[in-house]
Design a protein around this ligand. Sequence first.
Ligand code: GUN
Length: 368
Amino acid sequence: MASSPITMMKMKLNNCSPPSTAAAAARFLPLLGPHQIRFRSSVAPLYNPSFPRTIITRPTFSSSSIITAAMANEASVKVIDGKKVAKDVRDEINAEITRMKDSIGVVPGLAVILVGDRKDSATYVRNKKKACETAGIKSYEVCLPENSTEEEVLKYISDFNDDPMVHGILVQLPLPSHMDEEKILHAVCIEKDVDGFHPLNIGQLAMRGREPLFIPCTPKGCIELLHRYNVEIKGKKAVVIGRSNIVGMPAALLLQREDATVSIVHSRTTNPEEITREADIIIAAVGKPNMVRGSWIKPGAVIIDVGINPVEDATNPRGYRLVGDVCYEEAIKVASAITPVPGGVGPMTIAMLLSNTLLSAKRINNFK
Ligand code: GUN
């Protein structure tokens, strides 16, 4: 969800055909050739819901259920069900919130600041608020007009920093262009930085032997999906496509912390297809519909598709549909596991925000 583009790509979509209006994206698109290899399947990834990783502890892997590369064909590809995992995570959070409320009378609080009238941002904030209510988290919402000043936003942040009822503060991005994003994110006190965007949190994420107080929600959701489906990360080659501050960069840091060997593909990478094809794990977070074609994918790779791209679709009553950064129809013939769009990473972002808010409330109140 975090990497979703702001504007709808105006294109007639023919499955994974390249966007005719996006020359930059077209540069990446390879021809699909007869070289495309298909591997026979032996084991499909298993979702193991009894291994709650975010909320409680990290499980040890059982070798029989670890997913490795080179295990898939179209019939056996595992669709990673982000909706289901997110629901499980939210149920676990609910139970923890009830336990905390019953024992110490504390209800976690999340403050969300929205500036401007972007429809997509308003939708995300509405969804976050709804999810908070369902989970038993109290939400505090501030909506400011586009022409608000930086000082007004900073004043709200300062008030929320001082408010003991608020355990998490989220400033919805992007901010209007006249605002200094860095200054505003820096103003959120690190103990309430549930987005994990404070430079100190990101710095600690990047350093060995340091622990960030919070991990950014979308990348955390990606790793959570890999964990819950028992995808082995340690020692694997991973590629992150996209280097945004919100998803790509922290996702690459997280994979590295999990002992993967990580490459980052970005808009200036000269051979994105070649690099991607080496990866056992692909996290695509670039915001370009269907950019990653079947020929980019190593047989048996596990794919986490963060893209949520609206593309024109006259057959859909809404006039558009959502597609990922990965050409799903081609990818399922090659990968061993893949997240769908929608229903993959998207639901996980909000679940991780709730998880970070609970974590914050517990830490501030020293509740174990
Ligand atoms: N805009 C898009 N994704 C995100 C996110 O995860 N957090 C915030 N604060 N803004 C966003």
